[in-house]
Design a protein around this ligand. Structure first.
Ligand code: ZN
Length: 305
């Protein structure tokens, strides 16, 4: 994919979002810092990509664990300020483990302090380019995307991937407008007419119109049934937790689902299965999809972390 040399994408797996390093001269800005469990790997990758430059700023597209989990350690190592979207400031100030989908979903992140905020409508200079900051609510209410009109490059976070987008959590957690917001975000992205998208997960892609079409169709599918969205959300969050833990005893899963609040809430509000049936459905569905497998009494992930 043709990207200017000043934009370097460190493509990661699922636990850690992609990191984007934007370099100019002896300085560099990093967008998103990965999952806390991967922070040593992230530090090494960033160190290598810096090629001796100084990291002068760390910026987040939004504040989920896979995008900001490494903030504290990276900022401490490089002595750089942290910039987050204005819409995330309240949750970060309170370190609200439900709003940030941390302990609420058995995810972790090191608490950090931010130094400044960016808001939609502003521009931010990264790698010697001016990036327009656009609101991207839906997957996350405070999320933003960064667009360089000069290069036609969009850093989309979890608002748009080549095949889909991050779970629209808000629609399941009390924001009735979240799906409409996600649709408006896709419209806003479409209007940018980006040449290339650097997504939060997966490879950089140029078939932007097709990706937006796929995303719109997927969103319509979930909007037609929040039960489907809830089931998708449960599978995504459980797979994430399994990748983090690397294995979970099969006989502990039912208890786990009864203990981690997000599963209790989603099952009660949208899915409505008795706890044992809920666990059986989840394991069977993920096994059928080839996402998980069994090994000596444990459930293990079959996909790369
Ligand atoms: Zn996210």
């Amino acid at each position: 994919m043709r990207l200017p040399a000043r934009i370097r994408v460190l493509e990661r797996g699922w636990l850690s979002a992609n990191n984007v390093l934007l370099v100019e001269g002896a300085a560099a800005t990093l967008v998103d810092s990965g999952y806390v469990g991967h922070v040593e790997q992230t530090l090494a990758l960033v160190e290598h990509a810096l090629e001796g430059r100084q990291l002068t700023r760390l910026v987040n597209t939004h504040c989920h664990s896979d995008h900001m989990g490494g903030n504290a350690r990276i900022a401490a190592r490089h002595g750089c300020p942290i910039t987050i979207p204005e819409g995330e400031a309240g949750s970060i100030d309170r370190w609200d483990e439900r709003e940030l989908i941390l302990g609420y979903a058995d995810q972790r992140a090191d608490r950090f302090r931010y130094d400044d905020l960016i808001a939609p409508g502003e521009t931010i200079e990264m790698g010697g380019l001016e990036w327009d900051v656009h609101a991207a609510p839906g997957h996350d209410a405070g999320a933003v995307v960064f667009f360089s009109p000069d290069e036609g490059v969009l850093i989309s976070g979890d608002a748009l991937w080549q095949n889909g987008f991050g779970v629209v959590f808000g629609a399941l957690l009390g924001n009735d407008a979240a799906c409409v917001e996600a649709r408006d975000t896709l419209d806003r992205i479409a209007a940018l007419d980006a040449r290339v998208v650097i997504p939060g997960h997966g490879a950089v892609f140029a078939d932007v119109d097709d990706a937006i079409e796929r995303a719109r169709n997927r969103l319509a599918h979930y909007e037609s049934s929040l039960d489907k969205l809830a089931r998708h959300c449960v599978k995504a969050l459980f797979t994430y937790a399994l990748l983090d833990r690397r294995a979970m005893p099969l006989d502990a899963i039912e208890d786990y689902l009864g203990r981690v609040p997000v599963y209790v809430d989603l099952n009660r509000d949208f899915i409505g299965l008795e706890r044992a049936a809920f666990a059986r459905w989840l394991v069977a569905d993920l096994e059928r999809a080839g996402v998980v497998g069994r090994e000596g009494g444990n459930l293990i992930p079959r996909i790369k972390a």
